[in-house]
Write a protein that binds this ligand. Structure first.
Ligand SMILES: O=P(O)(O)OC[C@H]1O[C@H](O[C@H]2O[C@H](CO)[C@@H](O)[C@H](O)[C@H]2O)[C@H](O)[C@@H](O)[C@@H]1O
Length: 399
């Protein structure tokens, strides 16, 4: 990805022509035509996508909500598998033939990693922390934290999450990592003295340790809009029992995990009605969550490419990126690896799911085992290298 070419770049290299993007966002970031009626705040709005249905029953939202984190039986039915009592295991194991366990394929993955630099991308919720009812209590275990810390000693490690950058940093609490929040719309990366051309719309900031860092925020102009919508969402959903709205800076999440299923149409219709006033915002379906985000052409896949580029590790034969995630938003990163025939996507799922990931892991405890194996493999390699170096030095004594 050439970050400064106007075609591929998400980044403005010159001031945007005013009639193209009053938001200051390059047209390559907007997925469809921008000729439309002026927005009340003076922002030019894109023409609405044709054929969008205005009712949650007819536009597929309700179906998507029901199938997010579905009970096993329902999902197996979706996979056309006859479900009778224990058949779920059979279905899972036959799915694993297509997406083998990253644990049992560990040696195969490491064979491929030989003489390559691994870069690890880790999603947070459902990958490092188990899915729980209260998003404020989705903590990773101390053991997982120390595993990730050990990993980062050997391998550049990025945490990439739908949560805000600050929140995910607070939850992970490790300094030697890279972080991307708001589904990759808020990226902090180190300042380097190198050939990497820092995109012109990056801002200088400081990281958690007070060190100079770059911030890349391709949806920065949407900040007031997201804040406004967040406040409206909170207000309009306050009487729906169990509903919870989170502000993740460049996106807002409306949780319905704790809402009675009979009220799902109400919460969905409420979000849809609010979004009718904001054509520059769209909805993504996560795990029992509706995520409101800008319509810019940016996702976790683009963020992964951006981060690799900024670490000067993109499109290199000697680099093996690995991405572990559990969510639909992680599919964008899996797709980048699969289509580019580089790197490995690992889906965390205990049920069969349609995915672009090559491998699978059942749950966060398997993720931890996989990361531990990687640390051990790295430790052994380092030891081997230092023994080799020492025997070379020893050999020098006799030369
Ligand atoms: O990209 P991620 O790090 O996976 O974040 C995705 C969303 O994760 C959180 O919600 C999910 O986890 C919650 C805690 O386990 C769970 O209660 C919820 O149902 C899940 O959707 C987070 O709260 C969202 O804002 C993130 O977008």
């Amino acid at each position: 990805m050439d970050l400064n070419s106007t075609n591929a770049s998400p980044v403005l290299t010159e001031p945007a022509p005013i009639n193209k993007s009053r938001l200051g966002i390059h047209s390559s970031l907007l997925p469809f035509s921008q000729s439309g009626a002026p927005f009340s705040s003076g922002i030019l709005i894109p023409r609405k996508k044709p054929g969008k249905l205005d009712d949650v029953r007819s536009n597929g939202w309700l179906d998507a909500m029901k199938s997010s984190s579905p009970p096993q039986k329902k999902l197996l039915k979706d996979f056309n598998v006859e479900v009778a009592s224990d058949d779920s295991d059979v279905a899972y194991y036959s799915w694993m033939l297509k997406h083998p366990s990253a644990l049992s394929s560990f040696q195969q993955i490491m064979n491929h990693a030989r003489n390559k630099k691994i870069v690890m991308f880790l999603d947070y919720d459902g990958t490092l922390s188990p899915i729980v009812n209260d998003p404020d209590r989705a903590f990773m275990s101390d053991e997982m934290r120390s595993t990730v810390r050990n990993l980062a000693n050997y391998i550049p490690t990025v945490i990439i999450s739908g949560r805000s950058l600050d929140k995910v940093y607070e939850l992970v609490g490790l300094t030697d990592l890279y972080y991307a929040g708001s589904h990759g719309m808020d990226i902090m990366f180190p300042v380097r003295d190198s050939a990497f051309a820092v995109p012109s719309n990056c801002i200088k900031s400081t990281d958690q340790l007070g060190k100079e860092a770059n911030l890349f925020q391709p949806a920065r102009e949407f900040l007031p809009m997201i804040n406004e919508v967040f406040r409206i969402l909170v207000e309009k959903t306050k009487d729906i029992k169990g509903a919870k709205v989170e502000n993740h800076k460049f996106c807002a999440s409306v949780h319905y995990r704790n809402v009675d299923e009979k009220n799902w149409p109400t919460i969905a219709q409420c979000v849809l009605d609010i979004l009718k006033g904001y054509p520059l915002l769209q909805i993504n379906h996560g795990r029992k969550v509706l995520e409101v985000r800008p319509v810019i052409n940016w996702d976790k896949g683009k963020a992964v490419e951006f981060l690799l580029e900024s670490l000067e590790l993109n499109n290199r034969e000697d680099v093996l990126p690995i991405y572990v995630g559990d969510d639909r938003t992680d599919e964008d990163a899996f797709k980048v690896f699969r289509e580019g025939n580089r790197g490995y996507g690992i889906l965390v799922s205990s049920i069969p799911k349609e995915t672009k990931a090559k491998f699978s892991l059942k749950d966060p405890s398997e993720v931890q085992r996989f990361l531990k194996c990687l640390v051990r493999w790295k430790e052994k390699n380092e030891l081997r290298k230092s023994i080799n170096n020492r025997s070379l030095e020893f050999g020098d004594l006799f030369r």
